[in-house]
Design a protein around this ligand. Sequence first.
Ligand code: 17E
Ligand code: FE2
Length: 421
Amino acid sequence: MKSSLFKNAALRGTENLVDIYVENGLFKQIAANITTVPEGTHVVDLGGKLTIPPYCDPHIHLDYVFSAFNPAAANKTGSLFEGIQRWSETKGSLTVNEIKIRAKQAMRQEMLTGVQHIRTHVDVTDPKLTALKAMLELREEVKESCDLQIIAFPQEGMYAYKGGDELVEEALKMGADLVGAIPHFEFTREDGVKSVERAFELAVKYDKMVDIHCDETDDEQSRFLEVLAAQAYRTGLAEKATASHTCAMHSYNNAYTYKLFRLLGLSKVNFIACPTENIHLQGRFDNFPKRRGLTRVKELHDAGINVCFAQDSMSDPWYPVGNGNLMNILDAGIHIAQMMSMEEIDNALDFITINGARTLNILDSYGIKEGNPANFIVLNAKTGFEAVCNRVSVACSVRKGEFLFEREPEVIKTNNPLLQA
Ligand code: 17E
Ligand code: FE2
């Protein structure tokens, strides 16, 4: 039997430090000052640092990462649609091995900042389904270290790309976990509606979840979210459905949005906002004033609807400077969404932890709770506020009771009296 005792952890929402006893990879006991543990138990002092469940990145495109360094992939307008065009023109030469090497580098970067749960879109508008094959292999290879969910995502359209719907179905048969779609990219509004309906039909048929790139545009007439939510409500998929991006909601009029929110609440769908990508991609056809294009994060959250943040891109034709650090995403997100009351800052870590886990539909095994897999991270801070204010790094990441990594404290050399602590 393998056992460890992590002493002096500061859990969010509790006053006093606790000890965490782990046996065979599971949280066995969480209590103040645990003194009786079996002989041979490995003891670690967490020193009163904030101890939270691992970060989740519920939306990234691992098949695209680091593809921005090809000069032919350069996106001159900085718009979503040019990103799709540049990707389409340059994606032809991918191989399974090459995709896996890039995806693994991205996962490594994310995991070293505290991520243990990732959901990736995979472009299936490719008759060879090369990226899907790479990602299916990767999901299996990495599963002890990181959970990976795969979305069959038709980047060039379920109908705008010939046979796109069939490729999505094929990908589900091959083992993708979720159905994707991109209704705002289809040729007509009707095709967009049809693609959302088809996504739900396939999800029901193959018992999968749904996560749709929905209304990633500043066009206030892009209203596929209502179709998605109505489908989630009627099919009963509910919280197994997710709306990603929903940028057009930024531009909807308030009367329509008020009506929409009732349906969103009923539907139980989750929302993923990608603050850094969408502040970069949206507003590109505006003069001044220039819209931000981030969905209504604060308003959704205040209405009790689940919203989380995600990275989306790491150096791809859409966004050049993603680095996989969820703390950076959170920082940008609360600024752009104007969620900066003391209470909002205190609770901000929810956007990259529990809210992400809810979206990933993993709440039955997520969190620092007796009986759950002993997965957690320790931040170089004592409180949520301090963590966010100082954009702190992760001191260690523990998976099933074992360290994935430990980070040595930063060392500063100085003779300057002002700079000496
Ligand atoms: N593809 C897409 O449709 N939207 C995005 N934001 C990215 C890829 C990164
Ligand atoms: Fe995306």
